[in-house]
Design a protein around this ligand. Structure first.
Ligand SMILES: NC(=O)c1ccc[n+]([C@@H]2O[C@H](COP(=O)([O-])OP(=O)(O)OC[C@H]3O[C@@H](n4cnc5c(N)ncnc54)[C@H](OP(=O)(O)O)[C@@H]3O)[C@@H](O)[C@H]2O)c1
Length: 303
């Protein structure tokens, strides 16, 4: 049986990488809000519009990567944050439960309060400190209550997919133009290359697809942390980017939060996650972030 997979958020940074990875293996139905990047347009916070997608297409697996992921934007517009980050998974949980469709919901390290000083495990208590984290946490709730098999994939600090907005691309651009740059050193997190994450999501998708074929009436609601191995700060990462670009003469200074304009959301200080559970369960290694970053920078600098 072929997997007909609905990928939401398909025009976003992760969505595009997911589609590239899934395309050779699965038949894809790609959705975004606007319809850009050869996707179908649908506001998935609208339940009847979402139902129509499921009525008009054959779908037996869903990967929900749609979100309002702008952390400060969420603080300014909580209504939009709620619709994208909570109502979409609520709608998908309802439809997937009715139709017994397994699904994967992408979530975030920002469900944690950032007070721990060792990598967060799936069993650690959550405690979001901003609107983005709260609305994503509420979205997880619906996935975990789904009557069809559903896996919550928590990930963190994405880079890759030629997305101009991400931190790594922004630093690459600055280092090309400036001799000295200043970067924050206030948060520890696990960077994640969207190409590596997409391969892990594919592994989960294949497992879910087989599980629901063999257990048509069973739910399986799980959380996995999927990020590159290790953790770092933005400053340490900018130094690594500089070195991988062969520009070690350029200076990377540390700056503080007071120098950053338009930052309205509180950030958790420490949100590195352990990916041990995923690696053990799926018997699949996830690379250290430096290895993935080095590969991505080489690709970026060659293009
Ligand atoms: N970026 C990070 O560093 C990061 C870190 C941890 C977790 N995550 C999670 O990873 C996932 C992907 O993030 P991303 O950075 O790839 O996001 P992104 O680039 O901002 O893309 C979000 C996608 O969601 C779509 N979308 C938003 N609202 C929608 C709606 N109402 N109806 C239908 N589609 C809607 C957007 O459509 P348009 O293209 O039309 O705008 C876009 O395609 C999200 O779940 C996010 O919470 C991201």
């Amino acid at each position: 049986m072929t997997s007909h997979t609905l990928v939401t958020g398909a025009a976003g940074m992760l969505g595009r990488a997911l589609c590239e990875t899934f395309e050779p293996h699965f038949k894809l139905i790609k959705i975004s809000k606007s319809g850009r990047e050869n996707t179908l347009a649908c506001d998935l916070s609208n339940l009847s519009a979402t139902r129509k997608i499921f009525e008009n297409q054959k779908i037996n697996l869903v990967v929900n990567s749609a979100a309002y992921s702008d952390v400060d934007g969420c603080e300014r517009d909580p209504e939009q944050a709620f619709r994208a980050n909570t109502v979409i998974p609520k709608n998908l949980a309802m439809i997937c439960s009715e139709k017994k469709i397994p699904w994967i919901h992408i979530s975030t390290d920002y469900v944690f309060d950032g007070k721990k000083r060792s990598p967060y495990a799936e069993t650690d208590p959550t405690g979001p400190v901003n609107i983005y984290g709260m609305t994503k946490w509420a979205g997880e709730f619906y996935a975990l209550k789904s009557a069809s098999p559903a896996v919550v994939v928590r990930t963190s600090w994405l880079f890759g997919a030629h997305e101009p907005k991400n931190f790594v691309n922004a630093i690459v651009e600055c280092l090309r133009k400036e001799d000295e740059i200043s970067v924050l050193d206030d948060q520890r997190d696990a960077p994640t290359y969207v190409k590596d994450l997409s391969l892990c999501v594919q592994k989960i998708a294949e497992h879910l697809f087989d599980f629901s074929k063999n257990n048509p009436d069973k739910a399986w609601n799980e959380i996995f942390h999927v990020c590159n191995t290790g953790d770092t700060t933005r400053h340490e990462m900018a130094v690594a980017i500089r070195d991988f670009m062969g520009l070690s003469k350029k200076k990377v200074h540390v700056t503080d939060r007071t120098q950053i304009k338009n930052r309205v959301a509180i950030r958790p200080d420490y949100v590195a996650m352990s990916n041990r559970r995923f690696q053990d369960f799926f018997k699949m290694k996830i690379r250290p972030w430096r290895e993935s970053l080095s590969e991505y920078i080489k690709e970026q600098c060659a293009s």
